[in-house]
Design a protein around this ligand. Structure first.
Ligand code: AMP
Length: 404
């Protein structure tokens, strides 16, 4: 059985094809610049003799329908998906499931309508995700389509964590509450962490830190999300590559009043020109660390602000959980940047957090512990794999089981 994972953006489609027995990636690729004169399809796949093959094509791809048709043709011609009957499921990443979706869900007309109903909550993402679903339903008739939501894992948050202290009708009538994102990643690394600790997930209290260009922290009690740092949108919480994270909400009207910016300009300022980029002019943590090491004061401050915010969440979630079995680092920064991890975990022995500096600095890859053997709270690095999680969840949704 094979499972296709699709991540449809406004002008792009990313795909991965898995074989379900042992979950290797049989093919992967991206179509970018959909709707432009020169769209691009880049793909790679495992050839008949097991050799890695790749292609790059440029031509006009006017819409998602044509894009997905090209992907299907490429999969067929390369031999990795000779016949559609081999496809057990198509898993779609959907950004916003609101309060309607608590788990990956088989797509039917009602589900499509419900995802459409979430468009006001995610006006940039959900329309693109829906386009991918609708095209895939047409192109792969009879193949189960499964929507896997970024928000679903966080639907276990209690009201005290998800409600904002603003007038109630904004929640009741306009659905303004905290939803959280990156749920697929937090859930995946939590499951892997539990396996690493040799315990059932339902017995684990974890703080998972997804630190990439987007970043979020989640408090997990007995395997369920009880708080997370992103809110109504992904703008809240940690300092990110280009997003500000938590700020005084009055900054919005201060800027609007004093600089005369409208909503679109404010959106651009806080989502795309703030965060690490706003602090030091660069959003790539690797480059920021190099600049900081060379004495660049702005880069040094950017790292300090990033880690200071992260430690605040670590402390808050520690207090919320009471007992923490492990802190899990993932995402491009979490997996690869020992300096961020060291700064975040330093001087926390009173919390039972003991970093093993050698293990942290080691160039080892893969799932690993970076705490000392006697550390009551384990520090783990777990590479995330959202596509694999979507593939496994999609197949499980089709067969009515759950993924451990
Ligand atoms: P992601 O969005 O998960 O792909 O993560 C992207 C972020 O990870 C960028 O800020 C990269 O600079 C950062 N990153 C990747 N590798 C490293 C590394 N070796 N050291 C520091 N940051 C890294």
């Amino acid at each position: 059985m094979k499972v296709l994972v699709l991540n449809s953006g406004s002008s792009s489609i990313k795909y991965q094809l898995f074989r379900s027995e042992d979950w290797p990636v049989l093919a992967a690729g991206t179509i970018s610049r959909i709707g432009e004169a020169e769209s691009e399809l880049k793909g790679s796949w495992i050839g008949v003799q097991g050799e890695q093959q790749s292609c790059r094509e440029t031509s006009a791809i006017p819409d998602h329908g044509e894009g997905l048709a090209r992907i299907a043709a490429r999969l067929r011609d390369s031999g990795v998906l000779a016949d559609l009957s081999e496809l057990g499921a198509v898993g779609h990443r959907v950004v916003h499931g609101g309060e309607a979706f608590h788990r990956p869900t088989l797509v039917d007309d009602r589900v499509v309508a419900a995802i459409r109903g979430m468009i006001p909550l995610a006006p940039l993402h959900n329309p693109a995700n829906l386009a991918g679903i609708e095209v895939a339903r047409r192109l792969f008739p009879g193949v189960p389509q499964v929507a896997v939501f970024d928000t679903a894992f966080h639907q276990t948050m209690p009201p005290r964590a998800y409600r904002y202290a603003i007038p109630e009708n904004l929640y009741r009538e306009h659905r303004v509450r905290r939803y959280g994102f990156h749920g697929t990643s937090h859930h995946y690394v939590a499951k892997r962490a539990a396996a690493f600790l040799g315990r059932p997930l339902t017995e684990c209290n974890l703080i998972t830190l997804h630190l990439g260009n987007g970043a979020s922290a989640t408090a997990i009690r007995a395997g369920a999300s009880v708080d997370t740092s992103m809110g109504l949108t992904p703008l809240e919480g940690l300092v990110m590559g280009t997003r500000c994270g938590d700020i005084d909400p009055a900054i919005h009207f201060f800027i609007a009043n004093n600089l005369g910016l409208d909503n679109a300009a404010l959106d651009d300022l806080l989502n795309r020109r703030s965060g690490l980029l706003g602090l030091c002019g660069v959003n790539d943590m690797r480059e920021i660390q190099q600049r900081a090491a060379a004495g660049d004061e702005r880069a040094r401050l950017a790292v300090e602000v990033f880690c200071h915010r992260l430690r605040k969440y670590l402390g808050a979630y520690y207090a919320e959980l009471g007992r923490v079995d492990a802190v899990v680092f993932t995402g491009g920064i979490g997996e690869n940047d020992p300096l961020t991890r060291a700064r975040t975990c330093s001087d926390l022995e009173a919390f039972g957090i003991y970093l093993d500096e050698q293990a942290n600095a080691s160039a080892e890859r893969g799932e690993r512990a970076i705490s000392s053997a006697e550390s009551p709270v384990k520090l783990l690095v777990i590479p995330t794999n959202e596509e694999l999680e979507i593939a496994q969840e999609a197949l499980a949704a089709v067969s009515g089981t759950t993924v451990d």
